[in-house]
Design a protein around this ligand. Sequence first.
Ligand code: CP
Ligand code: NVA
Length: 306
Amino acid sequence: MKNKKRDFISIKDLTKEEIYEIFKLAESLKAKRSANNSLSGKTLALIFQKPSNRTRVSFEVGMNQLGGNAVYLGPHEMELGVRESIRDAAKVLSRYIDGLVARTYKHQDIIDLAKSATVPVINGLSDLLHPCQGLSDLFTIKEKFKKLDSVKFVFIGDGNNVLHSLMHGAAIMGLDMTVVTPKGHGPKAEIVDEAKALSKRSGSSITLCNKPDEAIKGADIIYTDVWISMGQEQERERKIKDFNGFQVNKELLAKAKKDCVIMHCMPAHRNEEITDDVIDGPNSIVLDQAENRLHVQKAILHLLLR
Ligand code: CP
Ligand code: NVA
Protein backbone atom coordinates (compact mmCIF):
# COMPACT_ATOMS: atom_id res chain seq x y z
CA MET A 1 0.00 0.00 0.00
CA LYS A 2 1.22 3.47 -0.84
CA ASN A 3 1.15 6.16 1.85
CA LYS A 4 -1.70 8.70 1.84
CA LYS A 5 -1.12 10.98 -1.12
CA ARG A 6 -1.75 14.68 -1.52
CA ASP A 7 -2.99 16.32 -4.74
CA PHE A 8 -2.63 19.90 -5.97
CA ILE A 9 -5.88 20.74 -7.71
CA SER A 10 -6.67 24.20 -6.37
CA ILE A 11 -4.74 26.91 -4.50
CA LYS A 12 -7.61 27.06 -2.03
CA ASP A 13 -6.55 23.64 -0.71
CA LEU A 14 -3.33 25.21 0.62
CA THR A 15 -2.86 27.31 3.73
CA LYS A 16 -0.89 30.55 3.84
CA GLU A 17 1.82 28.74 5.81
CA GLU A 18 2.07 25.94 3.24
CA ILE A 19 2.34 28.48 0.43
CA TYR A 20 5.20 30.23 2.24
CA GLU A 21 6.86 26.83 2.71
CA ILE A 22 6.62 26.17 -1.06
CA PHE A 23 8.04 29.65 -1.76
CA LYS A 24 10.97 29.10 0.60
CA LEU A 25 11.87 25.88 -1.15
CA ALA A 26 11.38 27.43 -4.61
CA GLU A 27 13.63 30.32 -3.61
CA SER A 28 16.41 28.01 -2.55
CA LEU A 29 16.02 25.82 -5.66
CA LYS A 30 16.19 28.96 -7.79
CA ALA A 31 19.25 30.29 -5.97
CA LYS A 32 21.14 27.00 -6.28
CA ARG A 33 20.09 26.31 -9.87
CA SER A 34 22.13 23.10 -9.84
CA ALA A 35 20.48 19.73 -10.29
CA ASN A 36 19.90 17.45 -7.30
CA ASN A 37 18.74 13.89 -6.97
CA SER A 38 15.82 14.33 -4.60
CA LEU A 39 13.41 12.62 -7.03
CA SER A 40 15.83 10.03 -8.35
CA GLY A 41 13.99 6.99 -9.71
CA LYS A 42 10.60 8.80 -9.75
CA THR A 43 8.51 9.27 -12.87
CA LEU A 44 5.88 11.91 -13.57
CA ALA A 45 3.20 11.41 -16.25
CA LEU A 46 1.87 14.46 -18.08
CA ILE A 47 -1.62 13.91 -19.51
CA PHE A 48 -2.31 16.88 -21.78
CA GLN A 49 -5.55 17.31 -23.73
CA LYS A 50 -4.51 20.82 -24.85
CA PRO A 51 -1.25 22.34 -26.16
CA SER A 52 1.36 23.77 -23.80
CA ASN A 53 4.78 25.35 -23.77
CA ARG A 54 5.48 26.60 -20.22
CA THR A 55 3.60 23.96 -18.21
CA ARG A 56 4.80 20.94 -20.11
CA VAL A 57 8.41 22.02 -20.52
CA SER A 58 8.84 23.32 -16.97
CA PHE A 59 7.47 20.09 -15.48
CA GLU A 60 9.63 17.91 -17.74
CA VAL A 61 12.77 19.96 -17.15
CA GLY A 62 11.94 20.23 -13.44
CA MET A 63 11.70 16.43 -13.07
CA ASN A 64 14.94 16.05 -14.95
CA GLN A 65 16.74 18.57 -12.72
CA LEU A 66 15.49 16.70 -9.63
CA GLY A 67 16.90 13.42 -10.94
CA GLY A 68 13.58 11.93 -12.11
CA ASN A 69 11.83 11.33 -15.43
CA ALA A 70 8.70 12.52 -17.18
CA VAL A 71 6.42 10.77 -19.69
CA TYR A 72 4.34 13.07 -21.91
CA LEU A 73 0.94 11.73 -22.96
CA GLY A 74 -0.62 14.08 -25.51
CA PRO A 75 -4.25 14.25 -26.63
CA HIS A 76 -3.92 11.35 -29.10
CA GLU A 77 -1.97 8.97 -26.89
CA MET A 78 -4.22 8.24 -23.93
CA GLU A 79 -7.50 9.67 -25.18
CA LEU A 80 -8.48 10.17 -21.57
CA GLY A 81 -12.02 8.96 -20.92
CA VAL A 82 -12.42 7.75 -24.52
CA ARG A 83 -10.32 4.60 -24.93
CA GLU A 84 -10.96 3.62 -21.35
CA SER A 85 -12.62 5.21 -18.34
CA ILE A 86 -10.74 7.87 -16.38
CA ARG A 87 -10.96 5.53 -13.40
CA ASP A 88 -9.23 2.66 -15.20
CA ALA A 89 -6.60 4.94 -16.72
CA ALA A 90 -5.79 6.48 -13.32
CA LYS A 91 -5.56 3.12 -11.56
CA VAL A 92 -3.29 1.61 -14.22
CA LEU A 93 -1.01 4.66 -14.42
CA SER A 94 -0.67 4.63 -10.63
CA ARG A 95 1.03 1.23 -10.93
CA TYR A 96 3.75 2.70 -13.17
CA ILE A 97 4.33 6.27 -12.10
CA ASP A 98 4.80 8.39 -8.96
CA GLY A 99 2.72 11.43 -9.84
CA LEU A 100 0.73 12.93 -12.65
CA VAL A 101 0.00 16.33 -14.09
CA ALA A 102 -3.22 16.70 -16.07
CA ARG A 103 -4.33 19.47 -18.43
CA THR A 104 -7.96 18.91 -19.38
CA TYR A 105 -10.99 20.67 -20.76
CA LYS A 106 -13.30 19.64 -17.92
CA HIS A 107 -12.24 20.39 -14.36
CA GLN A 108 -14.28 17.37 -13.23
CA ASP A 109 -11.89 15.10 -15.18
CA ILE A 110 -9.01 16.20 -12.94
CA ILE A 111 -11.11 15.57 -9.84
CA ASP A 112 -12.03 12.11 -11.18
CA LEU A 113 -8.38 11.33 -11.94
CA ALA A 114 -7.39 12.35 -8.42
CA LYS A 115 -10.14 10.21 -6.88
CA SER A 116 -8.97 7.05 -8.64
CA ALA A 117 -5.21 7.62 -8.75
CA THR A 118 -3.19 6.42 -5.78
CA VAL A 119 -0.41 8.88 -6.67
CA PRO A 120 -0.51 12.72 -6.36
CA VAL A 121 -2.40 14.52 -9.13
CA ILE A 122 -1.44 18.07 -10.11
CA ASN A 123 -3.81 20.32 -12.05
CA GLY A 124 -1.90 21.62 -15.08
CA LEU A 125 -4.89 23.77 -16.17
CA SER A 126 -8.59 23.02 -16.50
CA ASP A 127 -11.55 25.09 -17.69
CA LEU A 128 -11.95 26.25 -14.07
CA LEU A 129 -8.48 26.68 -12.55
CA HIS A 130 -4.77 27.04 -13.27
CA PRO A 131 -3.25 26.70 -9.80
CA CYS A 132 0.38 26.15 -10.88
CA GLN A 133 0.22 29.47 -12.74
CA GLY A 134 -1.45 31.30 -9.86
CA LEU A 135 0.99 30.00 -7.28
CA SER A 136 4.11 30.84 -9.25
CA ASP A 137 2.72 34.29 -10.06
CA LEU A 138 2.37 34.97 -6.33
CA PHE A 139 5.98 33.86 -5.95
CA THR A 140 6.99 36.32 -8.69
CA ILE A 141 5.05 39.12 -6.98
CA LYS A 142 6.75 38.37 -3.68
CA GLU A 143 10.12 38.34 -5.40
CA LYS A 144 9.39 41.74 -6.95
CA PHE A 145 7.68 43.52 -4.02
CA LYS A 146 9.32 41.61 -1.12
CA LYS A 147 5.83 41.18 0.33
CA LEU A 148 2.32 40.09 -0.66
CA ASP A 149 0.26 41.69 2.04
CA SER A 150 -1.58 44.84 0.84
CA VAL A 151 -0.11 44.77 -2.69
CA LYS A 152 -2.71 46.33 -5.02
CA PHE A 153 -3.39 43.76 -7.69
CA VAL A 154 -5.64 44.54 -10.66
CA PHE A 155 -6.71 41.88 -13.15
CA ILE A 156 -8.19 43.15 -16.42
CA GLY A 157 -9.72 40.64 -18.81
CA ASP A 158 -11.60 37.39 -18.93
CA GLY A 159 -13.11 35.63 -15.91
CA ASN A 160 -11.53 32.27 -16.52
CA ASN A 161 -9.11 29.65 -15.11
CA VAL A 162 -6.08 31.90 -14.53
CA LEU A 163 -8.13 34.63 -12.88
CA HIS A 164 -9.90 32.09 -10.65
CA SER A 165 -6.63 30.71 -9.30
CA LEU A 166 -5.21 34.22 -8.83
CA MET A 167 -8.31 35.15 -6.83
CA HIS A 168 -7.86 32.17 -4.51
CA GLY A 169 -4.17 32.97 -4.09
CA ALA A 170 -4.60 36.71 -3.57
CA ALA A 171 -7.33 36.14 -1.01
CA ILE A 172 -5.25 33.65 1.00
CA MET A 173 -2.05 35.69 0.86
CA GLY A 174 -3.63 39.08 1.61
CA LEU A 175 -3.31 41.02 -1.66
CA ASP A 176 -5.98 43.63 -2.34
CA MET A 177 -7.47 42.50 -5.62
CA THR A 178 -9.67 44.31 -8.12
CA VAL A 179 -11.11 42.25 -10.96
CA VAL A 180 -12.17 44.21 -14.06
CA THR A 181 -14.12 42.34 -16.72
CA PRO A 182 -16.77 43.26 -19.28
CA LYS A 183 -20.29 42.54 -18.08
CA GLY A 184 -21.13 38.89 -18.66
CA HIS A 185 -17.47 37.79 -18.54
CA GLY A 186 -16.82 37.97 -14.81
CA PRO A 187 -15.41 35.18 -12.66
CA LYS A 188 -17.70 32.30 -11.65
CA ALA A 189 -19.93 33.10 -8.67
CA GLU A 190 -18.64 30.08 -6.70
CA ILE A 191 -15.05 31.36 -7.04
CA VAL A 192 -16.05 34.88 -6.01
CA ASP A 193 -17.74 33.46 -2.90
CA GLU A 194 -14.73 31.31 -2.04
CA ALA A 195 -12.28 34.17 -2.57
CA LYS A 196 -14.37 36.57 -0.50
CA ALA A 197 -14.53 34.07 2.37
CA LEU A 198 -10.75 33.52 2.19
CA SER A 199 -10.04 37.26 2.02
CA LYS A 200 -12.06 37.86 5.18
CA ARG A 201 -9.64 35.58 6.99
CA SER A 202 -6.54 37.34 5.62
CA GLY A 203 -8.04 40.82 6.01
CA SER A 204 -7.68 41.66 2.30
CA SER A 205 -10.28 42.76 -0.24
CA ILE A 206 -11.74 41.44 -3.50
CA THR A 207 -13.58 44.02 -5.60
CA LEU A 208 -15.34 43.38 -8.92
CA CYS A 209 -15.97 46.12 -11.48
CA ASN A 210 -16.35 46.85 -15.19
CA LYS A 211 -14.34 50.07 -15.57
CA PRO A 212 -10.62 49.62 -16.37
CA ASP A 213 -9.79 53.37 -16.04
CA GLU A 214 -11.08 53.57 -12.50
CA ALA A 215 -9.77 50.20 -11.38
CA ILE A 216 -6.14 50.81 -12.28
CA LYS A 217 -5.72 53.94 -10.16
CA GLY A 218 -3.15 53.12 -7.49
CA ALA A 219 -2.48 49.61 -8.87
CA ASP A 220 0.90 48.06 -8.11
CA ILE A 221 0.26 45.32 -10.68
CA ILE A 222 -1.88 45.04 -13.80
CA TYR A 223 -2.38 41.44 -14.95
CA THR A 224 -4.12 40.19 -18.05
CA ASP A 225 -4.81 36.87 -19.78
CA VAL A 226 -6.08 36.02 -23.26
CA TRP A 227 -9.71 36.82 -24.08
CA ILE A 228 -10.09 33.65 -26.11
CA SER A 229 -8.85 30.69 -24.13
CA MET A 230 -7.98 27.27 -25.54
CA GLY A 231 -11.24 25.61 -26.58
CA GLN A 232 -13.16 28.90 -26.93
CA GLU A 233 -12.15 29.64 -30.53
CA GLN A 234 -15.77 29.54 -31.72
CA GLU A 235 -16.61 32.44 -29.36
CA ARG A 236 -13.95 34.63 -30.91
CA GLU A 237 -16.10 37.12 -32.81
CA ARG A 238 -18.45 37.81 -29.91
CA LYS A 239 -15.67 38.07 -27.34
CA ILE A 240 -13.58 40.50 -29.39
CA LYS A 241 -16.62 42.80 -29.46
CA ASP A 242 -17.40 42.36 -25.77
CA PHE A 243 -13.82 43.09 -24.71
CA ASN A 244 -13.56 46.36 -26.62
CA GLY A 245 -12.02 48.87 -24.16
CA PHE A 246 -10.33 46.19 -22.03
CA GLN A 247 -6.99 46.07 -23.86
CA VAL A 248 -3.90 46.74 -21.73
CA ASN A 249 -2.21 49.43 -23.82
CA LYS A 250 -0.23 52.67 -23.54
CA GLU A 251 -3.35 54.83 -23.21
CA LEU A 252 -4.58 52.81 -20.26
CA LEU A 253 -1.15 52.72 -18.60
CA ALA A 254 -0.91 56.51 -18.84
CA LYS A 255 -3.60 56.55 -16.14
CA ALA A 256 -1.72 54.10 -13.87
CA LYS A 257 1.23 54.59 -11.51
CA LYS A 258 4.55 54.99 -13.39
CA ASP A 259 6.11 51.95 -11.73
CA CYS A 260 3.04 49.71 -12.08
CA VAL A 261 4.18 46.19 -12.98
CA ILE A 262 2.68 44.31 -15.97
CA MET A 263 1.96 40.60 -15.76
CA HIS A 264 0.59 38.01 -18.21
CA CYS A 265 0.54 34.23 -17.84
CA MET A 266 1.35 33.78 -21.58
CA PRO A 267 0.78 32.71 -24.27
CA ALA A 268 -0.20 36.27 -25.19
CA HIS A 269 -2.42 37.12 -28.11
CA ARG A 270 -0.37 40.19 -28.95
CA ASN A 271 -2.27 43.37 -29.80
CA GLU A 272 -5.50 41.72 -28.68
CA GLU A 273 -5.59 41.78 -24.84
CA ILE A 274 -2.16 43.48 -24.59
CA THR A 275 -0.11 45.58 -27.01
CA ASP A 276 3.47 44.82 -28.05
CA ASP A 277 4.84 47.99 -26.45
CA VAL A 278 3.34 47.07 -23.07
CA ILE A 279 4.25 43.38 -22.94
CA ASP A 280 7.78 44.20 -24.19
CA GLY A 281 8.02 47.41 -22.14
CA PRO A 282 10.20 48.19 -19.11
CA ASN A 283 7.45 47.41 -16.56
CA SER A 284 6.70 43.94 -17.91
CA ILE A 285 7.81 40.95 -15.82
CA VAL A 286 6.23 38.26 -18.01
CA LEU A 287 9.48 36.39 -18.60
CA ASP A 288 10.22 36.23 -14.87
CA GLN A 289 6.74 34.78 -14.45
CA ALA A 290 7.43 32.16 -17.11
CA GLU A 291 10.80 31.26 -15.56
CA ASN A 292 9.38 30.97 -12.06
CA ARG A 293 6.95 28.28 -13.21
CA LEU A 294 10.00 25.98 -13.23
CA HIS A 295 11.23 26.83 -9.72
CA VAL A 296 7.82 26.77 -8.03
CA GLN A 297 6.77 23.54 -9.73
CA LYS A 298 10.04 21.89 -8.68
CA ALA A 299 9.14 22.83 -5.10
CA ILE A 300 5.64 21.38 -5.55
CA LEU A 301 7.06 18.16 -7.01
CA HIS A 302 9.58 17.91 -4.23
CA LEU A 303 6.86 18.25 -1.57
CA LEU A 304 4.28 15.94 -3.19
CA LEU A 305 6.39 13.17 -4.69
CA ARG A 306 9.02 12.53 -2.08
N1 CP B 1 0.94 29.82 -18.92
C1 CP B 1 0.86 28.55 -19.36
O1 CP B 1 0.33 27.65 -18.69
O2 CP B 1 1.42 28.33 -20.57
P1 CP B 1 1.29 27.02 -21.45
O3 CP B 1 -0.14 26.94 -21.91
O4 CP B 1 2.25 27.22 -22.58
O5 CP B 1 1.64 25.83 -20.61
N1 NVA C 1 -6.87 31.20 -20.08
C1 NVA C 1 -5.86 30.60 -20.90
C2 NVA C 1 -4.63 30.35 -20.11
C3 NVA C 1 -3.48 29.72 -20.86
C4 NVA C 1 -2.30 29.44 -19.99
C5 NVA C 1 -6.41 29.34 -21.53
O1 NVA C 1 -7.11 28.59 -20.84
O2 NVA C 1 -6.17 29.11 -22.71
